[in-house]
Structure formats: structure tokens, C-alpha cells
Design a protein. Structure first.
Length: 411
């Protein structure tokens, strides 16, 4: 009552008297996530300035940073807050679908052969009969990685293997498209619908959509659209042990399996998640030579590189110098050109890494969902494709330094 009476005594403003406009109340919540300041959450001001400058220079269109479960930075660089194609970061969500399938007992084991779901899968190539879900999730299937975005099933059935399943590693878009098809078969509904019910709806996320093939199968390798903030929400749930606002929305054991090295051929990779490691050694292995040969590399070049199998290198420059020393200039140029023209053929094997600091879903154009659990950090960076992105021979504005810039935010 005293406050009301005091207010009544205030002189009413005249036409010419200034009117005080109260400052807007600070935002304390962003769609269920508390909002804080970088300083309050221990973010380095200098490191954040570097990240923002780099993000702007790399033409970013969405950057979201969470620390301690709070939004500390969100910027759309003059663009609208709307879904963006996640590109190959979509693959990690195909992986999440298999975590749910195992938890729901719709799949007994990742080591089941795919042919159980696709009886004609191995008709074109008997080696395909041994391909398992684990092979596809770890990029060790040997399946031809060439995509057919119009008919995923037909492409999978006619495809052949490039190397024996389980004997090498090759990043494989077609294999992940196939996983999206198989997830739908196992779930009894399209994979995108299954993920909506299991993950996105429980988290209140409505921005997600997928491009589909002619039969309605979502293109798992890279065609999921999602808002940057919603991508960050999923990252926070993963960091929090699969929980979102007190609900278990992601199987905890699945994320542990996804974050572990899935194969000795590529210790930097889990189950459709990149492991945030530094390479301590790289080199050529016997299985890599076999894989190169199976793809059509010249036998004479392979013979000259054979002695390097016993060697390891701590720097890429030393590795490539050793290769060049074994070959003539013409042979080296031709071989490197051949490698560059293949579909994600490895240039080397990773022989050693530092311990993993976190995990990341990553895609073309520099789409990132990066999670550093020990630092309590979740960060997203995205941008939309430009016309020149489809004609440039190399990736433009991919912001390769984003994970390391995020890591430095917390001393």
C-alpha cells in the first residue's frame, strides 16, 4: 500500500516533460535453457573474441555456445534463426536412432548382418553377406560409397564392395543412407518419424526435417535440417548423460559406445561421431596398401611405397615428403591426384592419438556440434550453402579451427 501511495504522489508527465523508458529486463531463459554471460560462466574474453572474429570471417550464419548448461553466446550474424542443413553432422543422428533401436530391443546386436533385413542385399556381391550394422556405423563395410539420392534401397542392392568388410576404413555416405533405410525397417516406421518420437518431441524440438528419397526414406548421410539452438540442445543432453530437463532422452550406454574408438583403422572415429583427438603418429599400413590396390592404385606405385609400412610420422609434411622420396615426381603427382579423385579414400592411417577430449558431429561447409564434457562446453556453428560451394574444387569457409577455438574458451 505504501508503494502504491508513493506512486500516486508522482507528478504525471506533461507533454513537454521527459518520460523515462525502463530498460528491458535481461533475458534469463532461452526456450528452457538458462541464459548467462560468458564472464559469469568462466569463458575467456580474449578466446571468445577470437572465436567471434573467426566465425564472422568464415561467413557463419549460426553460432551457439553453452557452458554449464547455460546459453552464453548466440549469434545469427544478421540472418534469421531458422533451420539449416546439417550436412554430414546428420550422420550422428542416424547413429542415435540405432541407440534407440537397441534400447527398444528392435535390434539385438550391431553385429547382426544387414542381409537379414534386405534378403537380396548380397546377390550382386557375396562379400556383402558379412556386412553388419557395426561395419556401416564405423565406415568399415567396404561398400561402394557412391550415393543414389533417388532410391537408397535399389542402390544398396546393386552396389559392390571395394574391399572386404571389416578390413579397412573409408568414409561412406551411401552406407549411412542405407542405415537410415534399415533403421526404418527395424522401427516399423520411417527413421525420421522414429527419431521425432524418441528424441525431438520429448525435448520440445520442432524444427527438424529431412530430405527423403523417392520412397520416403530420409537421406541419412547429410540432409537433416535443424536450428542451431536445437542442435545445441541435443549436445547439452548428451553432455548431461542423455538427460534433458530431468528426463532420460538418450541411452547413456549408446553415447559411451559412440564416443569410443570403433576401429583400429581409424581411432579418431567412433560410431558416426568424430572423436576430438590430436594425431601423434600417421603412416601407411599393409591394410591401407591393400585398400589402395583394390581401388585401382598402380601396382608399381604400391611396391615403391611398401617399405614405408614400417615407418611412422608425427607431422603430415614429413609423411608426404617420405612418399615423394620413394616415387618419381610424375608418380607422386599422379598418385596424389588419384587419391584426391576417389570417394573419401584415406590418405594415411592414424597410428596414434592423444586421449579424446570430446566428440563432434561434423559436416560439409563447417557444420559442427562440438561437445567437451570436462569443460562443460557445447558449441554449434552452421552456415548455409552458396551457389559457389557447389562449383568450388575445395571447401570454402569451413571454419576448420572451430573445435580448437571452442576448446580454448575455458582455460
Amino acid at each position: 500500500m505504501v508503494a502504491v501511495l508513493a506512486a500516486c504522489k508522482t507528478d504525471a508527465p506533461t507533454e513537454n516533460s521527459p518520460v523515462d523508458t525502463p530498460a528491458p529486463a535481461p533475458v534469463t531463459d532461452r526456450e528452457g535453457i538458462p541464459v548467462s554471460t560468458p564472464a559469469a560462466e568462466g569463458i575467456s574474453d580474449s578466446a571468445l573474441k577470437v572465436l567471434i572474429a573467426n566465425a564472422s570471417a568464415e561467413r557463419s550464419e549460426g553460432v551457439v555456445i553453452l557452458r554449464n548448461g547455460k546459453v552464453v553466446y548466440e549469434n545469427y550474424f544478421g540472418r534469421i534463426d531458422a533451420p539449416i542443413m546439417a550436412m554430414s553432422a546428420s550422420k550422428s543422428f542416424v547413429g542415435l536412432a540405432f541407440g534407440f533401436l537397441l534400447a527398444d530391443r528392435k535390434l539385438a546386436s550391431l553385429d547382426e548382418p544387414v542381409v537379414k533385413q534386405l534378403p537380396t542385399f548380397a546377390d550382386a556381391d557375396p562379400r556383402k553377406a558379412s556386412i553388419t550394422y557395426r561395419h556401416l556405423l564405423s565406415h568399415t563395410s567396404g561398400l561402394d560409397p557412391t550415393r543414389d539420392m533417388g532410391d537408397i534401397e535399389a542402390k544398396a542392392i546393386v552396389s559392390r564392395t571395394l574391399f572386404a568388410p571389416g578390413t579397412g576404413w573409408q568414409y561412406n555416405n551411401a552406407g549411412v543412407d542405407l542405415l537410415a533405410l534399415l533403421a526404418g525397417r527395424l522401427a516399423g516406421k520411417p527413421m525420421d518419424q522414429y527419431l521425432n518420437e524418441k528424441l525431438f518431441v520429448p525435448m520440445g524440438i520442432t524444427s527438424v526435417s529431412w530430405v527423403r528419397d523417392l520412397h520416403g526414406v530420409p537421406l541419412g548421410a547429410g540432409e537433416m535440417r535443424i536450428r542451431p539452438l536445437d542442435l545445441a540442445k541435443v549436445g547439452q543432453a548428451i553432455l548431461d548423460g542423455g538427460q534433458w530437463q530431468g528426463k532420460q532422452v538418450i541411452p547413456l550406454d549408446w553415447m559411451a559406445a559412440s564416443a569410443a574408438a570403433s576401429t583400429t583403422f581409424a581411432p579418431e572415429y567412433g560410431l558416426l561421431w568424430w572423436r576430438l583427438v590430436n594425431y601423434t603418429a600417421i603412416g601407411i599400413t599393409s591394410d591401407l596398401l591393400t585398400q589402395w590396390r583394390s581401388m585401382g592404385a598402380p601396382d608399381s606405385t604400391m611396391a615403391k611405397l611398401q617399405p614405408l609400412v614400417a615407418e611412422s610420422y608425427t607431422a603430415p609434411s614429413a609423411y608426404y615428403a617420405a612418399m615423394a622420396a620413394r616415387l618419381t615426381p610424375a608418380e607422386y603427382t599422379a598418385f596424389m591426384k588419384w587419391l584426391g579423385a576417389t570417394n573419401h579414400m584415406p590418405y594415411f592411417r592414424v597410428l596414434g592419438t592423444t586421449p579424446s577430449l570430446g566428440i563432434s558431429a561434423q559436416g560439409w561447409l563447417g557444420q559442427y556440434l562440438t561437445i567437451f564434457p570436462e569443460k562443460g562446453l557445447v558449441a554449434v556453428r552452421m552456415r548455409r550453402a552458396l551457389a559457389e560451394d557447389y562449383t568450388s574444387p575445395t571447401e570454402q569457409f569451413g571454419y576448420r579451427a572451430f573445435p580448437s577455438n571452442v576448446f580454448r574458451l575455458v582455460p
